[in-house]
Every structure is written in C-alpha cells, then in structure tokens.
Design a protein. Structure first.
Length: 32
C-alpha cells in the first residue's frame, strides 16, 4: 500500500515539476 501511494505521489510531483519547469522555460524564452 505504501508503494502504491508513493508511486502516485511521485507521479504527481513529477507532473508538477515538469509543468513548473515548462512554465519557467517558457517565461525565460519569452523574455529572451
């Protein structure tokens, strides 16, 4: 059960991290 929750949390965190990086990259590219 712990592994399942951990996998889901990791997946969500990864998705948020990817979105954050994408937004940051987009903002940086836009400024440049």
């Amino acid at each position: 059960m712990n592994l399942g929750s951990r996998t889901v949390i990791s997946s969500v965190v990864a998705a948020l991290a990817t979105t954050g990086l994408g937004s940051s990259a987009g903002a940086s590219a836009g400024r440049r």
